[in-house]
Write a protein that binds this ligand. Structure first.
Ligand code: ADP
Ligand code: ZN
Ligand code: ZN
Length: 740
């Protein structure tokens, strides 16, 4: 028998298949989806490949498959092929997302995946030991010690006694001791404290929502739902009860959350309801070994609930019963690196194939999702108010232009200052949100206007005061701060813009007695330390938490009654069709942190644009009004969901080649898409035209990306790969998150 194999190679020739003979001894075990080792070209070493088809004969003279590594279900291979077409990438790149983490790695450390520990035991019964063989006092002592304490590790023995590893080894040689190698599971939840979280009686809205989804589960049919409700309206409780339902049917659930590592409290509620044993978590902060073990726990059907970030959608669950995507508007569900897949679209594909419901949840749905509820493609389930009847916080918008005019140059407006002061007096907690980290966000010469940029990227450097360095947030380049302008030698170099470090410093100056804690990428470095920061804030009753985006994700702090947004304009002025949507979402989410419990909450939004509609509508939490305004704009300007944006990116070091490839691609696209209503704009440099020394150009096209258009785009890409292009990488993405 012959197998068609896709070689896992970085060589960009898309998806080329090669025939191999299946050896007799593997004929019964090899199947579509198997990961195999094959000889390839003149290479001495074997290459990894995936079987996509099995057939009787071939027209070529072929080599034999050298070995089998792992079997992947055929449905996964089909999904990978569907993804490769939809997201313009290699099948093998998609398959990698579906393999047991770590097993595909070529490096040695990652290959040591099974974690085993050596335990020391006596090899014979104590009575049988011939003590005349034993000379040293240390050796006798060790035997006596082990008589009472079998099954310790060598480091433990070294720690408890003064006996060294050498003594253990010499007794092993003599056959008196033995070392037993035992496999253990690494479990990221091992140190989690479990607080029981009892099932609640659903309120009327929750029940209505629950019943709709339950119905789809019972009838075994695909249906897509949007659970639409403000933060605190009880969405999570609905998820929990649906999962319980699915579990009772002995089926599995996948729950996607934005970056699970950032929402430990969400995880706590799942563990509190279902216990640690049947839950597996998958996210980027886990070690490769932990991911490996969690993956196997799912594969072996020991864990029936998978909670994870984007890539958990590929978890090898048995008998899937429901997919839930919380905070479905979150941009992290779309991958920005190859393969550029959208976990929501993949989830929809899987749910359709398995005839199960897909439940999306949000307080501020993605414009496209909401648009689809209006077209009845998605069933909208609304939760009206907060489930524990706490009031939504009062929101006040402060005009920073007015503050400046009245002489307040501080980052804290008079209104925010007063509220913070009051909060401190009443011993309540405050969260301040600022979406820029570092100290100063750009450095400019007052005389010549020169701004300091990263030498590798066309991006301003940020000053970090704690380490006294200038840092590029794109590539990590660092340099010493300067006092003299590198361009004109003037000494009028000034540091502008405010980051979280500067804000923290200023808060300490204004409220010297208040305790503060800061949470941004710079403080959240080591594993779990986001959780530590949040726990510290909660348990030690720190007065003020200062942070970036990270502080807005689903945390629940009963004592937080005030949230201050230092500058709401950051995300507003971006050159991106989603800027309004992002602003609305982020303001609503931040506001949702205040007054979640018995105490009423207050939110102060500082801005230079108090009348812009995303700010205006977020003030009253009026998503519907926001949606109506924004969807009209999108319609007029021909943006998604009324039209798709195709972004063809060219990156590389050779600008001349990039321009040539760009021009050629432009002509090719014009020609190939002639019949379709698609406007194609000529190649231009990207807004950020250099990152990590790679020059970036792009072509933008607007139109509707149908199945046909997708096929044509794939053909264009194939054609480009047959060209003698040396240094330029070409990518295609549809409606990317990042338009920069
Ligand atoms: P969301 O996921 O929409 O933010 P949650 O499910 O976290 O909402 O619920 C918010 C709060 O309300 C939680 O403290 C939760 O325990 C409580 N809650 C949820 N549903 C109910 C209910 N049916 N009865 C009483 N309290 C509820
Ligand atoms: Zn200068
Ligand atoms: Zn850089």
């Amino acid at each position: 028998m012959i197998a068609e194999v896709i070689i896992d190679s970085k060589v960009k020739k898309l998806n080329r298949k090669f025939d191999y003979k299946i050896p007799k001894n593997l004929e019964d075990i090899i199947e579509i989806g198997s990961r195999v080792l094959v000889p390839f070209g003149n290479l001495k070493s074997l290459e990894q490949g995936y079987i996509i088809k099995i057939k009787q004969q071939t027209d070529y003279e072929v080599k034999e498959i050298a070995g089998l590594e792992e079997n992947l279900p055929e449905e996964k291979i089909n999904l990978a092929r569907w993804m490769a077409r939809k997201y313009f990438c290699n099948v093998s790149e998609c398959i990698k997302l579906m393999l047991t983490p770590g097993t595909r790695s070529k490096s040695k450390e990652d290959r040591i995946l099974e974690k085993t520990i050596n335990f020391v035991y006596l090899n014979k019964n104590y009575e049988e030991i011939d003590f005349s063989e034993i000379k040293g006092e240390k050796q006798k002592k060790l035997i006596e010690f082990l008589k009472q304490n079998q099954g310790l590790t060598i480091p433990e023995i070294e720690q408890i006694t003064d006996i060294s590893r050498a003594t253990v080894n010499s007794l092993v040689k003599k056959g008196i001791l033995k070392i037993v190698n035992t496999k253990i599971d690494r479990n990221p939840l091992i140190n989690k404290k479990v607080e029981e979280n009892n099932k609640l009686q659903l309120n009327e809205n929750q029940q209505e929502a629950y019943k709709n989804v339950e119905n789809a589960i019972e009838e075994k049919k695909f249906e897509e739902f949007l659970l639409y409700g403000v933060t605190g309206s009880g969405k999570t409780e609905v998820y929990l009860q649906l999962i319980e339902k699915v579990l009772k049917m002995n089926k599995s659930s996948i729950v996607l959350v934005p970056e699970i590592s950032l929402t430990p409290q969400m995880l706590d509620r799942f563990i509190g309801r279902f216990g640690k044993e049947q839950i597996a978590v998958l996210h980027s902060k886990l070690s490769i070994g932990e991911r490996h073990d969690e993956w196997n726990k799912i594969k072996e059907n020991r864990a029936k609930i998978v909670i994870g970030a984007r890539s958990a959608i590929f978890a090898p669950v048995q008998d899937l019963g429901i997919i839930i995507i919380d905070e479905e508007h979150d941009s992290s569900y779309k991958s920005e690196a190859t393969p550029r897949y959208d976990a929501k679209e993949v989830a929809e594909k899987i749910a359709k194939e398995k005839n199960i419901p897909l439940l999306l949840g949000s307080a501020t749905p993605d414009m496209e999702t909401y648009f689809r509820t209006e077209n009845s493609e998605i069933t909208k389930l609304t939760l009206g108010k907060r489930a524990n009847n706490s009031e939504l916080p009062k929101v006040e918008v402060v005009d920073l232009k007015y503050e400046l005019a009245t002489g307040n140059k501080s980052m804290i407006s008079t209104a925010l200052y007063k509220e913070m002061e009051k909060n401190l007096k009443e011993k309540r907690q405050t969260i301040l949100f600022l979406n820029r980290r570092g100290y100063s966000t750009f450095i400019m010469c007052r005389d010549c206007g020169y701004t300091l940029k990263c030498p590798n990227c066309n991006i301003s450097l940020t000053y970090h005061i704690s380490q006294n360095i200038l840092k590029c947030h794109y590539c990590g380049h660092v340099e010493r701060p300067v006092k003299i302008c590198p361009n004109c030698n003037s000494s009028k170099i000034r540091y502008f813009g405010t980051g979280t470090q500067k804000l923290e410093q200023e808060i300490k100056k204004i409220f010297p007695k208040a305790s503060t804690i800061r949470m941004d990428i710079d403080t959240v470095t080591k594993k779990n330390s986001h959780e530590k920061i949040l726990n510290k804030f909660k348990e030690e009753n720190i007065d003020i938490l200062i942070g970036t985006q990270m502080v807005v994700k689903g945390h629940h702090f009963p004592k937080v009654t005030l949230v201050g947004v230092i500058a709401a304009d950051g995300s507003l002025n971006q050159d991106d069709f989603r800027a309004n949507e992002r602003t609305y979402q982020i303001l609503t989410q931040v506001a949702g942190r205040a007054g979640r419990d018995k105490l009423p909450g207050k939110v102060i939004i500082q801005t230079y644009n108090p009348n812009s509609f995303p700010i205006e509508y977020s003030k009253n939490g009026n998503y519907d009004l926001f949606y109506k305004t924004e969807i009209e704009l999108r319609k007029q300007l021909k943006y998604p969901p009324f039209c798709d944006i195709i972004l063809v990116g060219f990156t590389g070091e050779d600008e001349k080649e990039i321009k040539n490839v760009g021009d050629y691609t432009f002509k090719l696209l014009k020609q190939s898409l002639e019949k379709y209503e698609i406007t194609i704009f000529p190649p231009t440099p990207a807004p950020i035209d250099k990152i990590q020394n790679k020059i970036r150009w792009r072509i933008i096209a607007k139109g509707t990306v149908t199945e046909d258009v997708t096929i044509i785009l794939n053909k264009c890409l194939q054609k480009l790969y047959t060209m003698p292009i040396k240094h330029t990488q070409i990518t295609i993405s549809i409606n990317p998150n990042n338009m920069m």
